[in-house]
Design a protein around this ligand. Structure first.
Ligand SMILES: NC(=O)c1ccc[n+]([C@@H]2O[C@H](COP(=O)([O-])OP(=O)(O)OC[C@H]3O[C@@H](n4cnc5c(N)ncnc54)[C@H](O)[C@@H]3O)[C@@H](O)[C@H]2O)c1
Ligand SMILES: O=C(O)C(=O)C[C@]1(C(=O)O)C=C[C@@H](O)C=C1
Length: 294
């Protein structure tokens, strides 16, 4: 039997993403010898043990002290407090990473609590669903999906290689990025689409009762797709918008200008303008599909 990449991994926050990582460890050999669950909810810890996703589970942050990989997988608003709680228990040589959807704020909130000799390498798997909690995870979640690491200057290359190998073993395609660049890219590809979905479904929610029930009854696939996204976890998304404020505000500004231009084109009957934009957007969809098949 070959030695696994890590002897014991601690997953702090054992919801959709945390439990999917644990399922990878259970199902794919060679990633880690054992899993420790740390979650603030005792009910989550009990469920994780019941599901067989960890052999140790509890609410005590000191549980991370016996782990050589620690993955923070709570909503990012909890990171500053969490950093202060687990920092003193991290042992030398441990790799500390996270799965948070914003990277600059994670570096700001966790960085000051990382003891010397601990390798802090922020990360973000670009894979998820609208579901939450330990029952919603699955091992195939990361298969063929990007995982972005945003190492800080001076990061130990061997630690980076080990973490890269761990995520690749979960099925991810790996990429390294500057954290600020990550936050700008994700503001467009993930945060703005969620904000738009929340807005569209919110508008429907505010309609008068009669209209609302008709919208629900006759919702066609376009609206349905938005409701899936708008069903995503409210706390997680509150934290994302509050922690990627500048990049999100910038893309909202551009989006608002583009929406106003479309509004004008509709008002003035500028069919060519509309058709030309819709032709360009169709080409983007095709290039995404082609890139996936390549
Ligand atoms: N859901 C997605 O699509 C997705 C995709 C990629 C990355 N992420 C990121 O992953 C992280 C987790 O998201 P999720 O969807 O798995 O969340 P989730 O709601 O399914 O699970 C979060 C877990 O963290 C626990 N928790 C909350 N605060 C805690 C604290 N202070 N200490 C210990 N445990 C705590 C909760 O009890 C819960 O079990 C977030 O930072 C999010 O930005 C989410
Ligand atoms: O598919 C979904 O449900 C998602 O929203 C996943 C998604 C995304 O926007 O692509 C959401 C947030 C994460 O940080 C990464 C992935």
């Amino acid at each position: 039997m070959t030695t696994p990449l890590f002897a014991r991994v601690a997953i702090v926050g054992f919801g959709l993403i945390g439990s999917s990582i644990a399922r990878c460890v259970v199902e794919y050999p060679g990633l880690a010898g054992a899993v420790t669950c740390v979650d603030r909810a005792q009910a989550v810890c009990d469920r994780v043990l019941e599901l067989g996703l960890a052999d140790k589970a509890g609410t005590d942050p000191a549980l991370v002290s016996e782990c050589d990989l620690v993955v923070l997988a709570t909503p990012i608003g909890a990171f500053a407090d969490l950093g202060a709680l687990i920092g003193p228990h991290l042992r030398e040589g441990t790799i500390l990473t996270d799965v948070g959807s914003v990277k600059m704020s994670v570096i700001r909130d966790i960085g000051p609590h990382v003891p010397d000799g601990v390798h802090f390498i922020p990360g973000h798997p670009l894979a998820g669903t609208e579901h939450s909690g330990p029952d919603s995870g699955f091992a195939a979640l990361f298969k063929g999906r990007w995982c972005i690491l945003t190492p800080l200057p001076g990061t130990n290359p061997e630690a980076l290689d080990r973490l890269t190998a761990f995520w690749a073993g979960c099925g991810s395609q790996m990429e390294v990025m500057e954290p600020a660049h990550h936050d700008r890219v994700l503001a467009i590809t993930s945060h703005l689409p969620h904000l738009i979905a929340y807005t569209i479904v919110g508008t429907a929610t505010d309609l008068e009762e009669q209209m609302k029930s008709e919208v629900i009854r006759f919702s066609a696939s376009g609206f349905r797709d938005f409701t899936r996204i708008a069903a995503s976890d409210p706390v997680m998304w509150r934290d994302i918008f509050l922690n990627n404020r500048e990049a999100v505000l910038e893309v909202i500004q551009r989006f608002t200008e583009d929406l106003t231009a479309l509004q004008r084109a509709i008002r003035w009957g500028e069919g060519e303008k509309l058709e030309s934009l819709f032709t360009r957007t169709r080409a983007i969809r095709r290039s995404i599909i082609d890139a996936k098949q390549a």
